[in-house]
Design a protein around this ligand. Structure first.
Ligand SMILES: *Cc1c(COP(=O)(O)O)cnc(C)c1O
Length: 384
């Protein structure tokens, strides 16, 4: 298989070799169940989970007892949002939730489900550069508001929300604050300070797929989510089911590695990203989606005017692996909900590309990607 240049690190990342090496002994040699309390197989496994929990907690400035392992961020997000709704539903209270139009589908779909069960939801708009209006957030809080859910950094544009300020607003109103920190953790400094619930995913930071975590704040009077998976009471009752020890060990190792390498990585990638971005923005009819400030160092999202989105992607994808600004799952591709919320014209939205760089991205990769895009654009425009 002759793979294209990979510039889709926001979709997933390769496992670091050290992560794979750390995982291997936990499949067969040390195969115990961490819930087995009566023999060494279980004790050894439990120790490994304890260490990984500590490593994951360190990445986000949490205590290890505040980490609940899940099958990924989607499950962590479901646990946070539906779990809080269920807590309050027991009291038959009126419930209101605040989130944003540019959130990940997992967050949006969970809120849509709450609406089916009678909750009211405010989906905050964003400015054309993808930023939030904090005054609007403040004005949206009602006496019956139970939770604010806002992502740390956007997966499509890299735009970073002012999390510390949102946390302060939530605190002042005594409202739970949940953040989907999947794209931020392991890329930029993340701290749980002022946050009640936070979701992360290992495969977005060079760990294995199918493992994630929900941070649940301890020693706080606001409620904790009710479990969405019942059973043996694993993970302090928040998430039953035998723990995926190889994956947990891998997530711990990946978290530990990112803590020491993310700053250097980010600085290097920012230079490469800026160079590619500059080159593409110099072409006619190209527009940057999202402002240049307050964003992840390794992401850029660009619209290419004057060409058909589908045509562009079809020709680029043989040489460069990127994500498009459209949801390809449907027959007529819809522009991404994130770009639409930013007011991007639907046709331009369909002709948008998200470039997300990662630790194996080289200068050569980006010049090849740039060359390919330039060539395809020239060809398509000549044909028009
Ligand atoms: C990838 C992603 C998710 C989902 O994570 P999984 O572990 O793949 O379920 C959620 N939110 C954001 C912002 C993401 O980028």
């Amino acid at each position: 298989m002759n793979y294209p240049v990979y510039l889709d690190y926001n979709s997933t990342t390769p496992c670091a070799p050290q992560v794979i090496e750390a995982m291997l002994p936990w499949f067969a040699e040390h195969f115990g169940n961490s819930a087995s309390k009566s023999h060494a197989f279980g004790w050894v496994a439990e120790n490994a989970v304890d260490e990984a929990r500590e490593q994951v907690a360190n990445l986000i400035g949490a205590k290890s007892k505040e980490i609940v392992f899940t099958s990924g961020a989607t499950e962590a997000i479901n646990l946070a949002i539906k779990g809080i709704f269920e807590y309050y539903a027991e009291g038959k209270e009126k419930q209101h939730y605040i989130t944003c139009q540019t959130e990940h589908k997992a967050v949006l779909d969970c809120h849509a489900e709450l609406q089916k069960y009678g909750a009211e939801v405010t989906y905050l708009p964003v400015r054309s550069n993808g930023t939030l209006d904090l005054n609007l957030l403040k004005a949206s809080i009602r006496p019956e508001t139970k939770m604010i859910s806002l992502m740390w950094a956007n997966n499509e544009t890299g735009i970073i929300h002012p999390i510390a300020e949102v946390a302060k607003i939530a605190q002042e109103s005594n409202v739970i604050f949940f953040t989907d920190a999947v794209q931020a953790a392991g890329k930029i400094p993340v701290s749980v300070s002022g946050i009640h619930l936070l979701a992360i995913s290992a495969h977005k930071f060079y760990g294995p797929k199918g493992i994630g975590a929900l941070y649940i704040r301890h020693n706080h009077p606001l409620p904790k989510p009710l479990a969405q998976i019942s059973g043996g009471g694993h993970e302090k009752g928040f998430r039953s089911g035998t723990l995926n020890i190889p994956a947990i060990v891998g997530m711990g190792k990946a978290a530990e590695m990112r803590l020491s390498e993310m700053e250097k990585d980010g600085n290097r990638l920012k230079i490469l990203r800026d160079k590619l971005e500059q080159r593409l923005l110099e072409l006619s009819d190209t527009v940057l989606n999202g402002g240049q400030n307050n964003r992840l160092p390794h992401v850029t999202n660009i619209s290419f005017g004057g060409v058909e989105g589908e045509e562009l992607l079809k020709r680029v994808c043989h040489k460069v692996a990127v994500s498009s600004g459209s949801a390809c799952s449907s027959i007529t591709p819809k522009p991404s909900h994130v770009l639409l919320a930013m007011g991007v014209d639907p046709d331009l939205g369909r002709a948008s590309i998200r470039f997300s760089l990662g630790k194996h991205t080289s200068e050569q990769d980006l010049s090849e990607a740039g060359d390919c895009i330039v060539k395809v654009l020239e060809m398509l425009k000549k044909r028009n």
